[in-house]
Design a protein around this ligand. Structure first.
Ligand SMILES: [Zn+2]
Length: 111
């Protein structure tokens, strides 16, 4: 039995707390990727999308893309950012994407 060491990127299902695995991901911008998860709990079956965003640089790139606006943070400014809770709130485009997915569910509304 030979198992290759696999990197399994999992997270917790927000509904049942079970393990959810990545099904696919989609690059939205150079700094944002949407990650599609499926809960492994057969009784749950929740599919959901998470967002991976690159927030700032800790060390500058040696081959920078001049179109990217990525702040360079020092350890001191990192502490300041961590102290501001609003920086981790959902960006508006993520909320809009979630609404779009919700609308695609085509759940008939009760009259
Ligand atoms: Zn679940």
């Amino acid at each position: 039995m030979s198992h290759q060491r696999q990197r399994v990127h999992a997270t917790s299902c927000p509904h049942c707390g079970g393990r959810a695995l990545i099904r696919t991901s989609k690059r939205v911008t150079p700094l944002v990727r949407h990650i599609y998860y499926r809960c492994e709990n057969g009784e749950c079956g929740h599919d959901f999308v998470a967002q991976l965003g690159i927030l700032y640089s800790l060390r500058p790139s040696s081959c920078p893309d001049p179109t990217l606006k990525l702040p360079l943070l020092t350890a001191m400014t990192l502490q300041a950012v961590a102290a501001v809770p609003s920086i981790t709130s959902e960006p508006p485009e993520f909320a809009a994407m979630l609404q779009e997915l919700h609308d695609q569910e085509a759940v008939p509304k009760a009259a």
